[in-house]
Design a protein around this ligand. Sequence first.
Ligand code: DHB
Length: 353
Amino acid sequence: MEATLRAGVLEHGTVELLNATGLGARMQREGAVHKGIELRFDGRGHRIDFVDLAGGKTIMLYAQHEVLKDLIAARLEAGGAILFEASDAALRDIDGKAPRVTFIQSGRAQEIACDFVAGCDGFHGVCRPSIPQSRRHEYVRVYPFGWFGVLVQAPPSSDELIYAHHPEGFALVSTRSPEIQRLYFQCDPQDDVAKWSDDRIWEQFRSRLATLEGWRPREGPILQKNIVAMRSFVCEPMQHGKLFLAGDAAHIVPPTGAKGLNLAVADVWVLARALVEFYRAGRRDLLEGYSERALARIWRAEYFSWWMTSMLHTFPGNDGFQERLQIAELRYVTTSRPKAVTLAENYVGLPLA
Ligand code: DHB
């Protein structure tokens, strides 16, 4: 868990929540505040200034697995139990009187009796399929491309993230620390990292990120390579009986815009408040309304991630017409304040309240 690479962008509201819950200390020390991004197309860069366009808000570059380390440490420090290496997890009686989670750990069958189950077990987990098929609907888009991600030992090529549209395909320049860069380029989702030499990878980055002034990425040893598949997915509703889904168990976004972790945090925030009000005041309405409330935000992020993906990637069979529409839209976003505001306020994230 602590080694798997995922996205690295925290929304304004995620940062505030981590700070407010006492989980932000290491993020404040080691993360980097970013005040904008660059959209690059036709050989030119265009800055989207979040501070100006999104009411002073910014984002934080702090890797998702670092957030996980902080969450795990805080849970253990609070005396909470985390059961690692459990297998064969299953839910029982989630719409009955005695909901339970059963699993095997250290060779022994075990069981947890529950008032409620928070299904935070990811896209491939057991919670979503525990909702009877007739009681849920799944909305899916699979994109005909993936992202080839590399971790590079070299200082950042740029102070801010660069999202590049290029006829050969999308490219993204991100960072992890003053010594490590994270870069991605659009690839065939079936491609194999073993077929890509470092030279061939750098060729792609040089070409897709080139500007008229001859910009080049800072190169260095490639420490890791992986391919990320891209899909949009939403399960409705996100609850059934005593089970409440949160995060990837209920929805997936393509990585463009880095919404995945932020959406999971927002789900949990809505669910936590509903649970607190149930135990504090006996209220059931917030639990009953969980799915509807969470889905409003989720669909907005689904829209944003789909829009960014559609605007920036080359689609197989792309003709000149579609490519010119993409360029027209990018010009619009980079010259019209209302359009730029749309990108900026969605990128820094909706308020949690
Ligand atoms: C990163 C990932 C994203 O999906 C994105 O839009 C921006 C940055 C990252 O891994 O740093």
